[in-house]
Design a protein around this ligand. Structure first.
Ligand SMILES: Nc1ncnc2c1ncn2[C@@H]1O[C@H](COP(=O)(O)OP(=O)(O)OP(=O)(O)O)[C@@H](O)[C@H]1O
Length: 325
């Protein structure tokens, strides 16, 4: 098996609603066999619109998708048996039991796992005889996942798999996803939880307004962000009392009353010089908080830049959608 094989290939993908509103605007990425790729983005960024095209639920308005070398829309029969899709809201009957639901789906799936095995994998074995309507939100997500795993998929699409799960359930799902990936399953995950992407993804992309605003390994995306130091100066001290900020390696700052926030790309140098200065001056920097750039930081920057430049765009899009509707 060629491990460099691109199981998912997306090139200049576009999706248009109502003939005019462009929700996906030229998205390009690839996912190799056994890789876990996460799509992140603000609300309405275009994650679901993109993933639905990858699942073959609609044809793209432009560009191309290849899943396992096939077009998932026009060659659905070649692709569908080899992929597993966990939808945001599975449409199962509330009156059936968990086991009946899984058996019903297994009847429509070629080479399905035994129902008991799928339920065991997601930790629902003890809930087999419970009616779906009696499951908690988190248990329903696990049932969605069991159904997606039934056909032993080579490619697994997970749309917000841990929404509604408690901390333990989330950890268990992450563990399962890791095991599946280690067994060679290629996974495409959308999520709102940044720590989920950080902990699971080999590579990720942050979507914004239908375009990829940042992509790479979690470490690469994080490294593009400045580190932050914040603290409170004692009474009688002001920002101007610090050594020149350029000498500290500071690239940006804010001061609000006695609270100071510094940004730097050289965390060790800035922190050391700041602490040496404070020590020599006999000053305690209360509430001192030193943190490296994070995925959250990258995400918030993209969202912030969006809200600064995007208000007009949002208005335009709304008008566009109203016209289309
Ligand atoms: N059927 C539709 N008709 C018209 N516009 C749509 C349709 N579906 C989605 N949109 C719009 O397309 C844009 C992208 O939506 P999408 O659901 O793909 O975003 P998302 O990133 O998955 O968002 P969320 O994180 O909120 O689930 C949004 O502006 C949304 O309002």
């Amino acid at each position: 098996m060629n491990t460099n094989e691109h199981v998912i290939e997306v090139t200049d993908l576009r999706r248009v609603y109502g003939g005019e509103f462009e929700a996906v605007r030229g998205v390009t990425f690839t996912v190799g066999r056994g890789e876990l790729f996460a799509l992140l983005g603000t609300n309405g960024a275009g994650k679901t619109s993109t993933v639905e095209l990858l699942e073959g639920l609609a044809p793209p308005a432009g560009g191309q998708v290849r899943i396992l070398g096939h077009d998932p829309y026009t060659e659905r029969d070649a692709v569908r048996p080899r992929i597993g899709v966990m939808l945001q809201e599975g449409g199962f009957s509330a009156e059936l039991t968990v086991a009946e639901t899984v058996r019903m789906w297994a009847g429509c799936t070629s080479g399905a796992r035994p129902a008991a095995e799928a339920l065991e994998m997601v930790g629902l074995a003890r809930r087999s005889d419970v009616r779906v309507k009696q499951l908690s939100g988190g248990e329903k997500r696990r049932l969605d996942l069991a159904l997606a795993l039934l056909g032993r998929p080579e490619v697994l699409f997970l749309d917000e798999p841990t929404t509604g799960l408690d901390a333990e359930g989330r950890q268990e799902t992450w563990e399962l996803v890791r095991e599946l990936r280690e067994a060679g399953t290629t996974v495409l995950l959308t999520t709102h939880y940044l720590e989920e992407a950080e902990g699971l993804a080999d590579r990720l992309a942050i979507l914004h307004e239908g375009r990829i605003a940042a992509s790479g390994t979690p470490a690469e995306v994080t490294a593009s962000q400045p580190s932050r130091i914040s603290f409170e100066l004692p009474d009688g001290y002001f920002l101007g009392d610090l050594p020149p900020l350029a000498e500290l390696g500071v690239t940006g700052h804010e001061a609000e009353g006695r609270t100071v926030r510094l940004r730097t790309n050289e965390l060790q140098r800035t922190a050391t010089r700041l602490l040496v200065w404070a020590e020599r001056a006999g000053i305690e920097l209360r509430g001192l908080d030193v943190r490296s750039g994070s995925l959250e930081e990258a995400f918030l920057r993209i969202a912030r830049e969006a809200s600064e430049t995007g208000r007009q765009t949002e208005k335009d899009q709304q008008t566009e959608k109203e016209r289309v509707a």
